[in-house]
Design a binder for this molecule. Structure first.
Ligand code: GLU
Length: 281
């Protein structure tokens, strides 16, 4: 072998992997922690006031992804996982700016969002529903929201679905659904509308003052948001989702979170392994 070529081989070898960029998973391992954006809503992601730990189905999914990176037990990740609040309207920008590695936050997969971020999953398919005061009998479906004040969160498919399906509703928007629940409690709005798991959590925390209408009117496939174009990271997360579904950890996580507040454990939806849409940028 000519001396120059030998040198090139040695230099490439010394750079461990040559000119190849380290994967996102390697970078997270080197950093020693994964940063996860969550939406503070009961049932999906809320701090337990006694243990001070974050709990809920989205939290469990994030922890199970972290275990795929670091190993160990999802309840003993300690500072290998950092949860930060990302309200609904900030999900794309938080990923795009690199403030978080992933977003696990009742994040519906849709084509508009896929222009900006990629999604692993879906890891749950749910539906939008309506929450009203326990004694209310006037609202029984989405059409009944016309002419009423309805609360939802800014930058959500929930708000878009109300605009499309109850165009005469007066939409009141806050950053979080917890603020909507307060507005309902204060009689400032007639109804609150978003995805069933969030509403079930708010009903469970309402001490019997709110009820779920149980009139689902949309399909909401939840994905794990990740940086646009990170094909290897998306494949890693999809593989890991497949693993936890097969092992029973997915069902266990659902039963321990949303199951405890009354939802039956469903079958996980099929994971979308097709190529992501190319970025327009
Ligand atoms: N799944 C809906 C969305 O992605 C609602 C999310 C929420 O209110 O947190 O826009």
């Amino acid at each position: 072998m000519p001396a120059l070529l030998i040198m090139a081989v040695l230099v490439a070898g010394a750079c461990s992997g040559g000119s190849e960029k380290p994967t996102t998973v390697d970078a997270i391992r080197d950093r020693g922690k994964i940063v996860v954006g969550i939406d503070f809503e009961p049932g999906l992601a809320l701090r337990n006031p006694e243990s001070h730990r974050f709990e809920g189905f989205d939290v469990a999914i994030a922890e199970l992804m972290a275990v795929g990176i670091f190993g160990g037990d999802r309840h003993e990740l300690g500072n290998r996982i950092e949860f930060v609040e990302v309200v609904s309207k900030d999900r794309e920008t938080s990923i795009d700016n690199g403030n978080v590695d992933i977003v696990v936050a009742s994040y519906t997969i849709n084509d508009a969002r896929k222009q900006v971020v990629d999604f692993a999953g879906p890891y749950l398919t749910t539906h939008q529903d309506i929450m009203v005061a326990a004694g209310d009998t006037s609202i029984n479906n989405v059409a009944d929201l016309n002419g009423k004040k309805v609360c939802s969160a800014t930058g959500t498919t929930s708000a878009d679905n109300i605009r499309a399906k109850a165009p005469q509703a007066e939409l009141i928007l806050f950053d979080t659904m917890t603020e909507c629940a307060k507005a309902l409690g204060a009689g400032e709005v007639a109804a609150v509308s978003t995805d069933e798991p969030i509403l079930v959590g708010l009903v469970a925390n309402s001490g019997g003052t709110f009820k779920l209408v149980e009139a689902p009117f949309s399909e909401e496939p939840y994905g794990i948001g990740l940086p646009k174009g990170d094909v290897a990271f998306r494949s890693f997360l999809n593989r890991r989702l497949g693993e936890i579904e097969k092992s029973g950890e997915w069902s266990e996580a659902f039963a321990a979170s949303l199951g405890r507040i009354g939802l039956d454990t469903p079958n996980p939806p099929p994971i979308d392994r097709s190529a992501s849409v190319p970025s327009p940028r």
